[in-house]
Design a protein around this ligand. Structure first.
Ligand code: FAD
Length: 365
């Protein structure tokens, strides 16, 4: 275990289930991880970041995901915000805002709206120039980490195109309201955001305003997909470990569960799922680190494989533990709820399959 992993292991300890049950990660671990730059580890050192490769940050993300998917979700949001500012912001905006994200400021990213879920072309949030300012009006839903965030990256319409704008969470006209009782990742601070005539200096609109919405959103979502995919590897590892431990120690019909072949089959399935997802994530991170044109598709593939494997494997792990894992407060019960949500976010299973089908058609000649 490297220093980064040791720090996060110490900060989470055995508290992930308590955070899940109370729906809250305490301020202290978030502050410590934020100030250490660990919530967005790929940011270059010039902005106070760690300059990790996608592969190294991915492996760290898997470690966090194996401990607590809520914390990993907060990390995904922070990394996605940092990546969006890095990709879309001007040099001045990068210099102004990125060092904040490595010194304790927490961020969240809002695309989804009540009428714009899978179909983000239906976004209606408006970013309107008004003199030296812009005025933002709209509503976002299910924004991960918005409850903790100081800074919101909001996507909306801008003239004939689209833009992303940096909105301080305490700006007049911003209302953040937590999602009541989310099914999983319960401590990830999901919230709806109302933006009522929020007035901001024009400099808060990230460079590239007026660009095509698809281009802006794909840039941000690709990072999110990589992070979720690696987080799913973490869920898979937690499930494999819990199921193996239980199968060795619990006896039925006079021998350990592990010696019943059908349970052995479940353990083999868990190992295959964990190894498959790991390899696909490694492939995507290599593409990302090479800046390959293939990286967008590789991220979709990794996210889809990670999420579907994690959701199936978490169900298998609950099956192996049976009543021993069937209550809230157990790692496999938490994994079961968390993993299901990974099949919905950053491109649902169906949307990933549609994108992969398009890719298959484009390469088939
Ligand atoms: P819908 O779009 O209504 O889809 C419903 C079902 O129909 C899904 O199964 C979908 O796959 C399927 N479907 C839709 N269109 C098609 C099609 N063309 N073909 C086939 N099937 C289709 N949003 C943010 O902006 N920021 C966040 O940080 C964020 N975090 C989230 C965290 C969690 C835990 C969850 C649950 C959601 C989060 N979201 C976030 C919102 C998320 O992006 C949306 O839930 C997701 O895009 C799906 O949209 P929807 O829920 O409106 O479902």
């Amino acid at each position: 275990m490297n220093d980064r992993e040791a720090l996060v292991s110490e900060l989470v300890g055995d508290r992930a289930d308590t955070w899940d049950l109370t729906g809250l990660i305490p301020a202290e671990p978030l502050r410590k991880l934020g100030e250490a730059g660990l919530l967005c580890g790929e940011l270059p050192e010039q902005y106070g970041g760690l300059g990790l490769s996608s592969l190294d940050n991915g492996r760290f993300t898997a470690h966090v995901g194996s401990l607590c998917s809520s914390l990993r979700s907060v990390m995904t949001s922070q990394g996605m915000a940092a990546w969006t500012i890095q990709r879309l912001g001007s040099a001045q905006q990068r210099a102004d805002h990125l060092p904040r994200l490595t010194s304790g400021t927490l961020a969240a990213v809002g695309f989804s709206e009540p009428e714009a879920g899978s179909d983000l072309s239906a976004i209606s949030t408006e970013i309107r120039p008004d003199g030296d300012d812009v005025v933002v009006d709209g509503r976002k839903v299910w924004v991960t980490a918005a409850h903790y965030a100081h800074l919101l990256v909001i996507f909306g319409r801008y003239g004939d195109g689209a833009a992303a704008v940096l909105v301080p969470a305490d700006a007049p006209g911003v209302t953040v309201e937590r999602v009541a009782d989310p099914m999983g990742c319960r401590a990830a601070g999901h919230a709806g955001i109302r933006l009522d005539s929020v007035r901001l200096p024009r400099g808060h609109v990230l460079g590239g305003a007026g660009a095509a919405l698809t281009m802006l959103v794909t840039a941000a979502l690709s990072y999110g997909r990589m992070s979720v995919a690696w987080g799913c590897v973490g869920i898979l590892r937690a499930c494999l470990a819990a199921a193996s431990r239980h199968a060795k120690s619990r006896e039925q019909f006079g021998r350990p569960l592990a010696q019943h072949q059908l349970i052995g089959g479940h353990l083999a399935d868990l190992l295959v799922a964990e190894q498959t997802a790991t390899r696909v994530c490694e492939h995507a991170s290599h593409r990302w680190d090479e800046g390959s044109p293939d990286m967008v598709t590789a991220a979709v593939l990794a996210k889809h494989v990670g999420a579907t494997q994690a959701a199936a494997a978490a169900a298998t792990a609950v099956q192996v533990l049976a009543s021993a894992g069937a209550s809230d407060g157990h790692v496999v019960a938490r994994a079961y709820r968390d993993a299901k949500l990974m099949e919905i976010i950053e491109g649902s299973n169906e949307l990933c399959r549609l994108m992969l089908a398009q890719h298959a058609l484009s390469v088939s000649g």
